[in-house]
Design a protein around this ligand. Sequence first.
Ligand SMILES: [Fe+2]
Length: 286
Amino acid sequence: MRRDRTFLASTPFTRSDYASIVQTTYPGAHDGDYRSRVKALVAQAEASWPACPRFSYTEQEHGNWSLVSQILILLQDRYSCAPFLHGRELLQLSLDTIPQLDDVSARMESITGFMLAPVGGLLDKGEFLAMLAQKVMRCTPYIRHPSYPFFTPEPDIIHELRGHAPMFLHPEFVEMSVRIGRAAGRAVETGDQKMLDLIGLFYWYTVEYGLVKQDGEVKIFGAGNNGGIQDLLRSIDPTIEHRPFSLDAVRDLSIDYDAPQDLFFVAESFEQVLDYADQLVTAAHA
Ligand SMILES: [Fe+2]
């Protein structure tokens, strides 16, 4: 059953050009035609807000999706954790064409009530996390630059649908997201920047780039490493550092949103991640 989106009308669309990538060597940052295409898709989404429009993608964009998808599927089969693969199975995303955000959202809504809504770029951390409490994840509708489809420093539709979406088919993961969202909303309300930063670090090193032990093996849990070939390979590369996950282990770290990750955290289990989320929620409301 579809959710009514009118409650989103009071939330700004928040169109952002994600200016920090202009400082990077990412080819998509400096290609004028590509930036215009990104802007056009974002403008379409903004004009339809809070509804989600049907996006019309080019043959090249579908080809980009297909190339990355075929490689990712094989790597995920071998390296991703069981809850992710189960969610992927339920979603059945096309290998050949970019799915419509709205169709994927409809599938999720019918199973866990979670909703996808478009966004124009990177949102403020508090705003993005707090929307999870309403069972909403904001997703970019555009796709990474075709010259190097193996890595993107900015979130794109591959990251959102191939990386994030499968986990939102799990009721426990959705419940954790809601609770984290409430804790973030509370931190924003009370001006507790330290708590908001800690929630952001928890999210980054679990939901975005986490690894998790499963039957004695380290498996991929995060959306960044599940949804990007280079990030996936780096996260299982034995020359790249792994550390055991805990809140204290990430508390004082900083995040470089643009660069490939040099450090990954391994949770003992999915349950351990849920326990740490509960600790954060309790601390935010203390
Ligand atoms: Fe993400």
